[in-house]
Design a protein around this ligand. Sequence first.
Ligand code: GRF
Length: 207
Amino acid sequence: MHGEQPLRLGVLGSGKGSNFVAIAEAIRNGSLQAEVGLVVSDVAEAGILQHARDRGMPARFIAPGAFRTKLDPTAEAAFIGALQEARVDLVVLAGFMRILKGDFLKAFEGRVVNIHPSLLPSFPGLEAWKQALEYGVKVTGCTVHWVDQGVDTGPILAQRAVPVLDDDTVSSLHQRIQEAERTLYPETLARLTRGGWATPGRAGSRT
Ligand code: GRF
């Protein structure tokens, strides 16, 4: 799909952008053979947009519309159009807080990845680190997975375990999981760029 050309990433995020920074740094230091085609956020003041602009990378805010947890149809079309115009090969969700379904996933079928702050299938959904702490598990972590129509349900590409310490608080655990994310996501993307990737499937997606 990408031959000799570096893989073009379209990065979507709603927040501070620490995963994006780790990905951008991996590209800069040559450990990830890719380029950022576009960063898009549904939040005008999101840190991720500023981090992209600071690095001279194209960054756009696209208003999400009236819904709280998804894009309205006009916004969805605008996201698709912007990413297609930027000729992205792979859509990388890095803290994007809206559920993508239907037309978006059809437009980028088998080409959307996400990072989630737990060892899926445990603790899907919001504040997964808090769910893990409250449940009392002794090990949690983070997961990079293909995005399908469900919420945090797509085939798993990679995981990293993070121990839950006796004196962990919600914020200390969250911080350690995010540290693990910042190595796992660029490493997994690098693996994808080296091996290409198969159409996602529970048995066949691993590269
Ligand atoms: C990460 O913890 C990721 O697991 C979740 O959203 C958070 C984004 O953080 N999906 P950041 O914006 O990359 O700092």
